[in-house]
Design a protein around this ligand. Structure first.
Ligand code: TYD
Ligand code: MG
Length: 452
């Protein structure tokens, strides 16, 4: 059996790999960050893999661990899959550790033995948080540890049904030379934990801080290594928190769970539409409601725009909770197709409540809010709008209209402005109690809402 040895140099800052040593990393531009990694042996000449028939036993969906926190179970695709690796990313202070402790408490309540390993806080600090959350259980084991090898040994000793590691940036593998938090360490530690999960069937949840500049490895470099990636988002000044699935080998993506941060921990929000519309100003120009669908759940959000003459040389364009590129595109469509002058106006767009909307169905909401602010004309507060806008000024159909309609009706809205093609696809009788108006172009929108 021949073993071929290969030299490998890895950048400790960005993870760039090279066959030869370089003084400066060609990827991130840092100096003197490449160092030789432990030699990898590539074995040739012996077959070790096993092949199986595609058909056979063992293809069924395994029993999931259901937490009972339904906002969390939904984003996981219906619970935690045995042997799976879940990554929760988010800004520091957003509430990741709080969420994990509540998750562990929920599993412990079902008599599962769970292990929480932290490299960030002391046992005393975790106990303080547990007091605040009124979590008490002899099924929850806690440890402060930074070495992945020690964590693996610990989990073999404790034999938990679930392991949580907080956070991956504080962990290190004893076999890798670089500092905790570096790309190499974060990757190596994760890959050791992934092997633990796959080999033993132990489900593991990893916490990762999102970092601003890639100086320290954030969760993005790990996304491809794990089964499920969740992001915990929200504005720290606000109480809402959105848990969003960005990758899931065992369920659909784009699901969201909505929580509210309270004195005694995170509370599930069953009626997010009501929450996001709670402080909506009525009869004010520049505001309109849009029924969005995130995964399998409809949420009504308020789209706000402020369009005002610019006092500076270059007009400002700001989008919060929406894609700035999309705003630029829609502004251009309005200028070209309706002939409004916007280049000398500052434009601010905001989705109220700190939620982020990515779907193109938001477009119609954006142009209605922009025009409403520009013309200083109020949009009827019982109207919702939804549709994609194309470059030719056409209003294009969007999916899941039934779901959007139902949610709008449930919250007492009376009129729905939608693309003509979406309306054609709706079956008769699907809109009782709701008046549907259709539009084909941005011109129709202006005529329908802003021409007296
Ligand atoms: P934490 O879970 O420590 O955040 P992360 O692990 O993402 O860094 O929670 C951070 C914030 O949450 C902290 O500022 C205090 C607040 N908080 C509450 O409002 N209520 C609570 O019950 C708890 C435990 C925390
Ligand atoms: Mg934390």
């Amino acid at each position: 059996m021949a073993a071929r040895e290969q030299l490998l140099f890895v950048c400790s800052s960005c993870g760039y790999e090279s066959r030869k040593w370089l003084g400066r990393c060609p990827d991130c531009g840092e100096w003197d960050t490449l160092s030789e990694q432990k030699k990898r042996k590539i074995r040739v000449g012996k077959t070790v893999a096993e092949v199986h028939l595609l058909v056979g036993e063992g293809g069924e969906e395994p029993m999931r661990l259901v937490t009972g926190i339904s906002e969390l179970d939904r984003v996981l695709g219906g619970g935690i899959v045995p042997g799976s690796m879940v990554l929760i990313g988010g800004d520091p202070g957003i509430g990741k550790s709080t969420l994990i402790l509540q998750l562990l408490a929920a599993l412990a309540r079902q008599k599962h033995k769970v292990l929480y390993v932290t490299g960030e806080e002391s046992v005393g600090q975790i106990r303080m948080r547990a007091d605040r959350l009124a979590v008490q259980s002899s099924n929850i084991f806690i440890a402060t540890e930074n070495s992945v090898q020690a964590i693996i040994a610990l989990s073999e000793e404790v034999k938990p049904a679930f392991l949580a590691v907080d956070s991956i940036q504080t962990m290190y593998s004893e076999e890798t030379g670089s500092a905790p938090g570096s790309v190499t360490q974060v990757r190596e530690s994760t890959s050791l934990l992934v092997s633990l999960a796959k080999n033993s069937g132990l489900p593991i949840i990893l916490i990762g801080h999102v970092t601003k500049d890639g100086a320290i490895a954030g969760p993005r470099v790990l996304e491809h290594m794990v089964d499920t990636v969740l992001y915990f988002e929200g504005d720290r000044g606000q109480v809402f928190r959105v848990l969003r699935t960005v990758k899931n080998r065992f369920g659909s993506t784009n699901e969201i769970g909505v929580f509210e941060m309270k004195e005694s921990g995170l509370a599930e929000v069953d009626n997010p539409s009501a929450l996001f519309l709670a402080e909506r100003p009525v009869n004010v120009p520049g505001s309109v409601v849009m029924p969005s669908v995130e995964g399998t759940r409809p949420i009504l959000v308020e789209v706000q725009a402020l369009v005002s003459p610019s006092s500076l040389g270059t007009a400002r364009r700001t989008a919060i909770g929406a894609d700035p590129q999309r705003l630029a595109l829609l502004t251009a469509v309005l200028e070209k197709k309706i002939g409004v002058t916007l280049f000398d106006h500052d434009i601010f767009l905001n989705i109220a409540g700190g939620i982020r909307i990515d779907e193109p169905a938001l477009d119609l909401g954006v142009i209605v809010a922009l025009l409403s602010s520009l013309y200083e004309k109020v949009v009827d507060p019982t109207t919702v709008v939804c549709g994609e806008v194309g470059l030719a000024g056409e209003i294009r159909g969007v999916g899941q209209m039934e779901m959007r309609l139902r949610e709008a009706r449930r919250l007492g809205f009376k009129t729905f402005l939608m693309p003509e093609s979406s309306n054609r696809r709706l079956e008769a009788g699907e809109t009782p109690g709701m008046q549907v108006h259709t539009v084909r172009t941005v011109h129709d929108v202006v005529e329908r809402l802003f021409v007296p």
